[in-house]
Write a protein that binds this ligand. Sequence first.
Ligand code: TYM
Length: 334
Amino acid sequence: MGQEKEIVVSGIRSTGILHLGNYFGAIRNYIRMQEEFNCYFFVADWHSLTTHPDPKELRGNVFRVLAENIACGLDPEKVTLYVQSDIPEIAELYLMLNMMAYKGELEKVPTFKDKVRQNPDNVNAGLLTYPVLMTADILVHRGLNVPVGKDQEQHLEMSRNFAQRFNNRYGYLFPEPVPFNYGDDLIKIMSLDGIGKMSKSENQNSTLFLNDGDDAIRNKLKKAKTDSGPQEPNSAKPDYIENLFTLMRLVSTPDTVKHFEDAFNGCSIRYGDMKKQLGEDMVAFIAPIREKAEALRQDSAYLNRIMRYGAEKARASAAQTLQEARKLMGINFY
Ligand code: TYM
């Protein structure tokens, strides 16, 4: 009692419809964390600017991400839910931290190297300093726990470095943020074709979106990559099969999972049956989220209210941090 709750910060880019990777890597934890922590969750619209989205689409996507988060069970009364660009203090802290982030280390970040390979004509400074902006997002509330999927692990390592550098140079202000998951390991949901992670932009037919219709869900799962099954009892599972089991553990009953685990270990598994069962359980999981998000998206007055309310709460916290940061850096003249 009386103990302040630990601070949690996490964001999702406004680049399209949310998918199961976002849900199980991040949002599922948000929903549990809102009961025990002081949570700041936001739509990372500035981060999505690296790819120069159409302004009209960007706007729609911000509302969509908000609606989908609430539809998944996030309660704007329990958490501070806001849009990144409503908090100018984040941009100010980003500028300060940029002075402590070195070109060499930023160029080595694997996600940056991937983007350079994929889009050699658009290697902009925002892309290079992407982990610095992420750090500003977290440190602006002095966040400690950051619920994210496995793909964000290296970004958080950078965040710890930047926090430490600031503290060493100017005096202690920031905790060193750590990735958080209720299970042991951070989650990575693979694409259903077995190639890479499930993502908003790649392999749309192998990604389960939170707005997919029932038949689309069944069809995508039907086409998920499998093979002719294990040849020996208790074999190791190939990663694309493990991924189907991961999904099943997330949406099916323990009895169902056990049934197929036993069948796999006994070499009698029929992947067609497994995918059919998973399809039905997935429909039961996604359909209510889809319907709720759709209804929320129609109510832009409500979403606007939520955004303003969240922005006010987030700015109050951010302003305090910036006041401290400016003081420590000697940028306080009045
Ligand atoms: P973004 O928008 O790509 O993804 C949002 C969240 O979903 C997780 N995720 C996954 N988890 C498991 N398996 C997958 N296939 C999968 N795909 C996505 C991500 O790990 C993430 O948690 N840079 C961040 C957004 C961000 C942020 C922050 C996060 C901006 N500032 C500060 C935390 C703290 C991003 O692009 O996530």
